[in-house]
Design a protein around this ligand. Structure first.
Ligand code: HEC
Ligand code: HEC
Length: 341
């Protein structure tokens, strides 16, 4: 900690160092209200410490990062569902954590309307971290390292729910992915290979009405003709709104870094991109509730699937996946990493 601050050139007796939030060129304004939780270097470093700390779980085995792994764009790598405390399993696929500042609602069904409230769900869920918020706070308060970090971030050693969740938000908000090949191409700094360019054209025609650029989601909930999994019994958005119309609607996921976030879908039912394409072109169960855009499925030849996949691969952002600033505490970091855009 001391070393990190020394590198950053921060004087411990001073106020926290403000961090500016990087809005990539051409992107819309973020939805998150930064005025209510202005990011600082010290708040970010504290949030990162919390994100990687197993003590947030009942038996000190699971951290946020156990399910949200950096090399998998902060999704759970190669798992349809993720493991929680005591051999439990989550009921949904862990989504990638990226560009969260532009989301208005969180979770596959949008059940959480503010990012600062999000961490309390996994902390207290029996099949995730299985802990009480009170116990977490108790553990943090006993730790002199945390006392110091809360003081550095918020001015005094008070450790409460609000500060803890704000610090976690400050960390996850900085997980901005906007340096993929696609981004370089749109900024005129690179060019697509032929298959990627053809795939992009197909994408714009068949996919981008829901997976809208530049975030690759329009933030809406849609029914894409999935069948109900009888063991999970997950009706998605309907659980939140209570409306039959919302049966089997799930949030349109961003496709950024999609090449490495497999398996896919809210319950990880698709093991590969090919499975997803096969769903759209032939396996959809059309009902009255299926999205109007998909009422005729999405015809795609094998050739077009190859090109579309080439395009989707250009959404992989290696700088994001390897950014040492987002890695576990202890890595040698400097704040310049987040000022690259
Ligand atoms: C046991 C695995 C697990 C752990 C531990 C976990 N998460 Fe998650 N996370 C998930 C799953 C699964 C979802 C999707 C849940 C849903 O849609 O119902 C999710 C969703 C989220 C989302 C919403 C993303 C979006 O795009 O809507 C955020 C933010 C998040 N987690 C942050 C955290 C933080 C912060 C922690 C630590 C306090 C944490 N998670 C711990 C599995 C986990
Ligand atoms: C009508 C809106 C809509 C259209 C059009 C659409 N999608 Fe989707 N897509 C969704 C929704 C909603 C999900 C989440 C489904 C779920 O799991 O419940 C999704 C999921 C995905 C996933 C899984 C991502 C993940 O992280 O789990 C991929 C990949 C994908 N879509 C690619 C495409 C491609 C490629 C096209 C065009 C050929 C396309 N989509 C067209 C709405 C749409």
């Amino acid at each position: 900690m001391v070393m990190v601050l020394a590198i950053a050139g921060v004087d411990n007796t001073q106020k926290p160092t403000p961090l500016s939030f990087p809005i990539p060129p051409g992107w819309p304004a973020p939805s998150y209200d930064f005025k209510k939780n202005p990011p600082t270097l010290q708040g970010f470093v504290l949030g990162r410490r919390l994100f990687y700390d197993e003590r947030l779980s009942r038996d000190s085995t699971i951290s946020c990062a156990s399910c949200h792994q950096q090399f998998g764009a902060f999704a759970t790598y190669e798992h349809s569902l993720s493991h929680g405390v005591g051999n439990t399993l989550t009921s949904r696929n862990a989504p990638a954590l990226q560009n969260l500042a532009w989301q208005k609602e969180y979770m596959w069904d949008g059940g959480i309307s503010h990012l600062d409230l999000q961490p309390l769900a996994p902390m207290t869920a029996v099949n995730e971290m299985g802990e009480t918020v009170g116990n977490v706070l108790h553990k943090l308060r006993r730790d002199t390292g945390y006392q110091r970090m809360f003081k550095e971030a918020f001015g005094d050693t008070t450790i409460n729910t609000q500060r803890m969740t704000k610090a976690l938000s400050q960390f996850v908000l900085m997980l901005v992915s906007a340096q993929s090949k696609y981004d370089r191409v749109t900024r005129g700094k690179d060019s697509f290979l032929l298959p990627e360019r053809l795939g992009y054209a197909i994408f714009q025609k068949k996919c981008s009405s829901c997976h809208k650029e530049p975030l690759f989601t329009d933030g809406s909930y849609r029914n894409i003709g999935l069948t109900l999994d009888n063991t999970l019994n997950d009706y998605g958005r309907m659980k939140i709104t209570g409306s039959r119309q919302d049966s089997l609607k799930f949030k349109v996921p961003s496709l950024r870094n999609v090449a490495i976030t497999h398996p896919y879908g809210h319950d990880g039912r698709f093991f590969s991109l090919l499975n997803v394409f096969d769903h759209y072109r032939k396996n959809m169960q059309l009902t009255l509730l299926t999205d109007t855009i998909l009422q005729h499925r999405l015809p795609l030849s094998n050739f077009e699937i190859g090109q579309s996949t080439a395009f989707l691969n250009t959404l992989t952002d290696t700088a994001f996946l390897k950014n040492p600033f987002f890695a576990p505490p202890g890595y040698n970091i400097t704040p310049m990493f987040i000022h690259r855009h």
